[in-house]
Structure formats: structure tokens, C-alpha cells
Design a protein around this ligand. Structure first.
Ligand SMILES: [Zn+2]
Length: 479
């Protein structure tokens, strides 16, 4: 018997951690940081649910912090096994873990300065040196390559289409001559991503641990590319600069790809494009090294010698001086900088400089969580607080939908319809309560459209038995 325990991202979207105790081994699938609200963040400080020394291996679905961000702490507390992931995930994880460590250290420094800590002095959850210890433990593999995380368990990563390197984890074992399979979906991407291959179609799945972030949402049916082209042309006509806050990993690279495409098709003029974020520049290099992980269209262009991430006038800005110099550019440029929700980083000084002038344009292309400056800006408030002042928002602000990295419920249902037979059980994770419940209802309501068993045994076999586990729940699986 195998026990599957839901240690995080159950009833919420962060802190992805699933423990599989199988064949006398303990495998941890994803090792995410809890993020967002304070009660969530405090969970990072609780003792890990099992002794990290007792975990034999970690398997990662992708490099987002809510899936990998707790690794430095796990290693600090004694985990010493291999960390399996795709090659691109290993490279991106390095960048993101070092950045997360930096943010943890900054937060502790800030808490000490402000005196709002119970611990004296406030300690970071982990430091840079802890993150550095994780990096040599990451064992990157190409998609589709078999490995054995526990004796008798065959595993491979398959495309999830969510960010570069993102995967479904496919685990197989042979049980009394019968093959059994568990799939962890990680985060499921969209079938129409500009850069990535569509989510792969898993077969012969017995148990499915599935995300449900957008279980209650449908994306805009229109491609965002059209909207971006119009917004950029109008922004340039306004006579100022166009500032785009974007996540350093993933969204920034997609944007560069789209801008280059629009330029090549003559739909926007070739203007200076500044990528102002050392992390985005590093992630760009990683994307360039992983062209083979991109979709067919991107690979074809690469084959023809196209520099797919390089608008004509791309300027990479790494140092602080590079970044400050951009403030001298009066008009006719596109500035892409992080963080994506304007929580911190260089985007702050760009917006501080550009927001008060109505000639400038700010394009909001990502989700803006409640309480962030990005949300304040997109909601059309008259001012936003930055560097201790209320900065007037006079610039034209426009929200562009459709760049989501998560499938909506129709895309998730369509993905399930492509299975060759039913999954016996489906566990919905990585969703707020309403989203998971809505997806569960969609599955139940559309059961007749989902694959069915075809053999004589079929009426007695479980099919699409959906549940929404709570944090700390365990189930026994025939695996
Ligand atoms: Zn993700």
C-alpha cells in the first residue's frame, strides 16, 4: 500500500507539497513556499510535517517559488537526497532560489529595523548559503527520460505547458502484474501558449493529483497579441514611454517573443525595448539554451536563424547604473521590468518616474493580487504609494488579459476528455475553495463526456471519483 499525504496547496494555491510513501521510501513531490496572506506565510515557520532527514528524494514539477521555495529550508533541516526535475527547471530553480533567499534576508533586515518581530533578532527563513546548498542537489533530466526515484517506481516528466521546464510527473509501478500510475499535474498550462508546447496527454492514469487554480474561470477568447499591438501603437502616439511590469521568469520572455513577432510583421515600429531586471536577463539566457523545450513554431523560427527573443532594438539592463540611465529616455521606448505586481524591484523607480506624466503608458499584463501596488494602479486610483510618497497616476493605464499560464476550466475539462480511460480517483489541489469546488462540479456534471471503462468489469470499477483534500489529509492508494 502507498500513502499519499497532502501537506500543502490543499484548499489554497501556494505551498505545494505532496508526500508519497511507497515501496518503503518517502518521496516528496514539490516543496513549495506558502505565500500571500500572513497566516499562510507563517506556515513556512512551522516544523515540516515529517522529518526532512527521512525523505528519500524530492521531485519537482516546475520552478515557481510556490513549488520549490521551501527547498533551502528542507535541506537546512537535514534533507540530503536527490532532487529530480527537468533540465530547464534545474536551471530556473537556481535563479529563483537565490532570489528567494535574498528576499527572505531583506525581510528579516526590515523586521529588525522596524522592530515588528517576536524573535530578537529576526532570522530569515533561510539564507543565500542555504539556497546555494540546494543547487548541486538538483538533477535535471530531459522530458520523457525514465528514472527510478524509489525501487520499482518508474518516473518521467512530461510537458505541462505552464512555464519553461514545467512538467506533469508520471509515476508508474507494477503491482501484481498490473501496471498502476499516478500523475501529479503540477500547474497545467494553456494549449495556445506562444512559447511552450501544449500540455501532454497522459494515458492509463489511475490516480490524478490535479491543480484547480482556475476551476471557476474562463479566459478571454481573444488572443492578447492583437491587444498588445494596439496598446503599444497608441502608447507610442501619446509621445511618452511604455512601461510593462512583468514577472522576471516566463512572462518577460514571452513578451520579448511577442514584441519581436509584431515588429517582424510590421504591426509595431521597431523601438528600443529595455529588459531591466538581472533575473529576467538570466532567465532569458536559460530560455535560449532550451529552444528544444519550446513549441514547434518557435523551433521552426529558430531553425530559420531567427533570434526569437530579440526585438531589433533590445537592450539588456543588468547593473543599477544601466537601470537608472533608462530614466533619461524621454519617449518612444518600451521598458519591461520586475516585479510583476510592483511589490518591489526596479519597476518601482520606473513607475515613480513615469506615472505622473500623461504621455506615458503602463500595460498591466499579469494577475495583480489584492493589496499590491499593481492592483492599486490597475484599479484606477488617483495615486499609489512608492518610496514613502503618494505618486499621482496620470499615465494611461491599460490591462491586457489573456497571458495566463494556467488553463481555465474548459481547457482542463478538455484535457481530461483526452485521457484514454477514466482515472479512478482525482484529487483537486492548488485552488482556493471556490475554484476547486467549481472544477469538481464541472467534472461530475460532464462525466458522460469523459472517457469510460470499456471492459466487462466496467460497472464495478471506480471512475472519476473526485475529492478535494484538506491540508494534512492522507489517502491509501493501490500503487
Ligand atoms: Zn506555477
Amino acid at each position: 500500500m502507498t500513502r499519499l499525504s497532502f501537506l500543502g496547496a490543499a484548499g489554497t494555491v501556494t505551498g505545494s507539497r505532496h508526500l508519497l510513501e511507497t515501496h518503503d521510501k518517502r518521496l516528496l513531490v514539490d516543496c513549495g513556499l506558502f505565500q500571500g496572506t500572513k497566516p499562510n506565510r507563517l506556515k513556512n515557520w512551522e516544523q515540516f510535517q515529517v522529518d526532512p532527514r527521512s525523505i528519500d528524494a524530492v521531485l519537482l514539477t516546475h520552478a515557481h517559488v510556490d513549488h520549490i521555495g521551501y527547498l533551502p529550508r528542507l535541506v537546512k533541516d537535514g534533507f540530503n537526497g536527490p532532487i529530480h526535475c527537468t533540465s530547464a527547471t534545474a536551471e530556473l530553480a537556481r535563479v529563483l532560489l537565490l532570489d528567494t533567499a535574498h528576499l527572505q534576508e531583506e525581510e528579516a533586515k526590515w523586521a529588525n529595523k522596524r522592530g515588528y518581530t517576536k524573535h530578537h533578532p529576526a532570522e530569515p527563513l533561510f539564507k543565500r548559503e542555504d539556497a546555494e546548498k540546494v543547487i548541486p542537489m538538483l538533477q535535471g533530466l530531459p522530458y520523457g527520460t525514465h528514472f527510478e526515484p524509489a525501487p520499482g517506481v518508474r518516473a518521467k516528466f512530461r510537458d505541462a505547458g505552464h512555464i519553461l521546464g514545467a512538467s506533469f510527473l508520471d509515476l508508474k509501478t507494477v503491482l501484481s502484474r498490473r501496471e498502476r500510475k499516478i500523475v501529479f499535474s503540477g500547474d497545467i498550462g494553456r494549449p495556445t501558449d506562444a512559447l511552450l508546447r501544449p500540455p501532454a496527454q497522459p494515458y492509463n492514469v489511475d490516480y490524478l493529483v490535479m491543480e484547480s487554480t482556475y476551476g471557476n474561470r474562463l479566459h478571454e477568447p481573444h488572443s492578447p497579441v492583437e491587444h498588445i499591438a494596439r496598446a503599444i501603437n497608441e502608447g507610442l502616439e501619446r509621445g511618452g514611454c511604455i512601461v510593462i511590469p512583468a514577472f522576471a521568469v516566463g512572462r518577460s520572455q514571452t513578451l520579448l517573443y511577442v514584441l519581436r513577432e509584431l515588429e517582424e510583421q510590421g504591426r509595431i515600429p521597431s523601438v528600443p525595448v529595455y529588459l531591466d531586471s538581472p533575473m529576467a536577463v538570466e532567465a532569458l539566457e536559460i530560455h535560449r539554451r532550451h529552444i528544444s523545450d519550446l513549441n514547434l513554431e518557435c523551433r521552426k523560427k529558430f531553425l530559420h536563424g531567427t533570434k526569437i527573443f530579440k526585438p531589433d532594438n533590445l537592450r539588456l539592463s543588468v547593473t543599477r547604473e544601466d537601470s537608472q540611465k533608462i530614466n533619461a529616455v524621454e519617449k518612444g521606448a518600451i521598458i519591461i521590468s520586475a516585479s510583476g505586481m510592483v511589490a518591489g524591484g526596479r519597476i518601482l523607480h520606473h513607475l515613480h518616474a513615469r506615472l505622473p506624466d500623461e504621455k506615458n503608458t503602463v500595460l498591466i499584463i499579469g494577475y495583480q493580487a489584492e493589496g499590491t501596488r499593481g492592483r492599486t494602479i490597475v484599479e484606477g486610483r488617483p495615486t499609489v504609494r512608492m518610496f514613502g510618497e503618494e505618486v499621482p497616476i496620470k499615465a494611461h493605464v491599460e490591462r491586457i488579459e489573456g497571458f495566463s499560464g494556467h488553463a481555465d476550466y474548459e481547457e482542463m475539462m478538455a484535457w481530461l476528455m483526452g485521457f484514454n480511460r477514466p482515472a479512478e480517483r482525482v484529487f483537486l489541489v492548488h485552488g482556493e475553495g471556490e475554484a476547486s469546488t467549481a472544477l469538481k462540479e464541472h467534472i461530475i456534471k460532464n462525466k458522460d463526456k469523459l472517457p469510460k471503462w470499456h471492459d466487462a468489469e466496467s460497472p464495478r470499477k471506480p471512475a472519476w471519483d473526485v475529492s478535494i483534500p484538506s491540508e494534512g489529509d492522507s489517502v491509501l492508494l493501490d500503487f
